[in-house]
Design a protein. Structure first.
Lengths: 309, 238
């Protein structure tokens, strides 16, 4: 049986999506120690933004030509919602007990889901997302749908851009300083409010790219799509070491591949037949999370909390 | 000529607890002024208020002719007031060079920044030797040097140093104090908060003794150094 390359490819596609979304969780957590549980919905809104752009483009516009515009449209929607959430929902609660913004995030998450469900045309069911025509490509023994390649290409490019931004630009340095010691960052002249908005915006933009990848891979977007995927991406961020951007991508890939392999192979183990198949994939993902929390609570690339001083 | 920094009847509170209860003092350009006093006297609170990290309850702060009340911290740096905080607070996971670069966060003159980084290495050669190392790996004294070097990177008109000798070995403390003397001789205006009253008063032009939120005694460094009550309370003499 030669399905291993296929399982790995499926895992990487899924993992790249998790990783891109996980960046948003990890950046925001790294800077304001807030778990933005509405981030899954910011991802979802990016998907609807991209779809909307496609729908309003005139007939005859090829999908390949539309994709850059769809990315921009998705980003605009995600970033607008993400930064508005920061400004109007989270910022007023800065300094409040940490439970308050957490509950707000959950409330916002439900609100955004319901808002799309109610007001986006025909969003009560999943809406179909444009697909590339043509046969799947055979790469290293795996069959990959053309649309699924998108996220595999986008993820490394995004990481490269983010790495350059964080390490080579003034704002990136300001962001690292804010994450390590916000008061001292202010003493350096860093406008930490702006850095926080920037972290939300970058996370939202990456989520929008992930959403375009999700749409092209799955062929549809729906108002619920951010819930479980957001939770998985959060898992990926914790897995990689929350606060660490490279950890988020690594955690996403590890989670995606682990989930894919577990789904594919656990059922083949004698005595485990009952646990095979896709219905169990979430169980394996969260089992992995529990194991990591038990064995390496700081995550794969995370630093011990004592380091934050 | 008006003073570079003028503090008038400054009051600062944490919730209902008043930590600074109406203090006034000035710092003239080119001077070294020190605030001494025991723990909890309100010295650090005063500095954190001057740099905008804390909001005053009342009072007036004028720096370089402009009011500082209500100006956010990141804009105060831009006006020329740098603060090297108590406990050093270097950025542990950034390199020494990046820590220094952050000190120059608001500057746009690339060449000038590189020149000043070199100056910091000249002032503290150990920092130059370890420039690519994460700052968290430095010893306490080296971190203090980095914190001071970083504060100087903004080319401040006034440098505020909070407890630069805290927790350091006597040799390192000596070195830090020598550096302050050197900065003073170069014309840097310094507001120094120290628990080591002897060292601070010996190099200061002016000193203010703080006790539970108030200035109880002021004078030149030499006067205070020879004042009997100061000697008893802060210099450990009977």
């Amino acid at each position: 049986m030669n399905e291993l390359p296929q399982q790995l490819a499926n895992g990487l596609i899924l993992g790249a999506m998790y990783g891109l979304i996980a960046i948003g969780y990890t950046m925001v957590y790294g800077i304001v120690q807030l778990i933005n549980f509405a981030h899954g919905e910011i991802f979802m809104i990016g998907g609807f933004g991209a779809l909307t752009v496609y729908l309003v483009l005139p007939d005859g516009f090829s999908l390949a030509a539309a994709i850059p515009l769809m990315i921009i449209g998705g980003m605009i929607c995600s970033v607008a919602v993400g930064t508005a959430a920061e400004r109007f929902a989270y910022r007023p609660l800065r300094g409040a007990p940490r439970l308050a913004p957490l509950i707000t995030a959950i409330g916002l998450s439900i609100f955004l889901q319901q808002a799309v469900w109610k007001w986006y045309p025909d969003a009560k069911k999943d809406r179909s997302f444009p697909q590339f025509d043509g046969e799947p490509l055979s790469i290293l023994g795996a069959n990959i749908q053309r649309g699924s390649l998108f996220v595999l290409i986008a993820a490394p490019l995004c990481m490269l851009a983010l790495g350059l931004f964080v390490n080579k630009t003034r704002s990136g340095r300001g962001m690292q300083a804010t994450a390590q010691d916000p008061d001292t960052a202010k003493l350096m002249g860093v406008n930490t409010d702006r850095i926080i908005v920037m972290a939300f915006a970058i996370g939202a933009a990456f989520a929008a790219i992930a959403a375009v990848g999700y749409g092209l891979h799955n062929g549809q977007v729906g108002f619920k799509m951010g819930f479980i995927l957001g939770l998985k991406a959060f898992t990926a961020a914790v897995l990689g070491g929350i606060g660490n951007i490279y950890g988020a991508m690594l955690g996403g890939l590890v989670l995606g591949v682990a989930e894919s392999l577990a789904t594919g192979y656990i059922g083949d183990i004698p005595g485990m037949e009952l646990f095979g198949g896709g219905a169990w994939k979430d169980v394996w993902a969260f089992t992995l999370l529990i194991l990591v929390l038990l064995l390496r609570p700081q995550g794969l690339l995370g630093e011990r909390v004592a380091d934050r001083a | 000529m008006t003073a570079l920094l003028e503090v008038e009847d400054l009051r600062v509170a944490y919730g209902k607890i008043e930590a600074v209860k109406g203090i006034s003092f000035t710092v003239e350009a080119g001077q070294v002024v020190t605030l001494i006093g025991t723990n909890g006297a309100g010295k650090t609170t005063t500095l954190r208020t001057l740099s905008g990290l804390l909001k005053p309850l009342s009072g007036k702060i004028t720096f370089d002719g402009k009011p500082l009340n209500g100006v956010p911290a990141h804009k105060i740096v831009a006006m020329g007031l740098a603060h090297s905080p108590e406990g050093r607070h270097i950025f542990p996971r950034l390199t020494i060079t990046d820590n220094l670069r952050l000190g120059a966060y608001l500057r746009d003159d690339k060449e000038g920044i590189e020149k000043d980084i070199q100056r910091a290495y000249d002032l503290f050669p150990i920092l130059g030797e370890r420039r690519k190392q994460a700052a968290g790996t430095l010893s306490g004294g080296e971190q203090q040097m980095l914190a001071m070097g970083r504060a100087l990177m903004s080319q401040p008109k006034l440098l505020m140093l909070d407890e630069p000798s805290m927790g350091l070995s006597p040799i390192m403390m000596q070195k830090i104090m020598e550096t302050i003397v050197e900065l003073k001789s170069q014309g840097t205006t310094i507001l120094l908060v120290e628990q080591n009253a002897q060292a601070a008063l010996s190099l200061a032009d002016h000193g203010h003794v703080m006790e539970i939120g108030k200035v109880v005694l002021s004078g030149t460094g030499q006067d205070l150094l020879h004042d009997e009550s100061v000697r008893k309370a802060y210099l450990g003499e009977d």
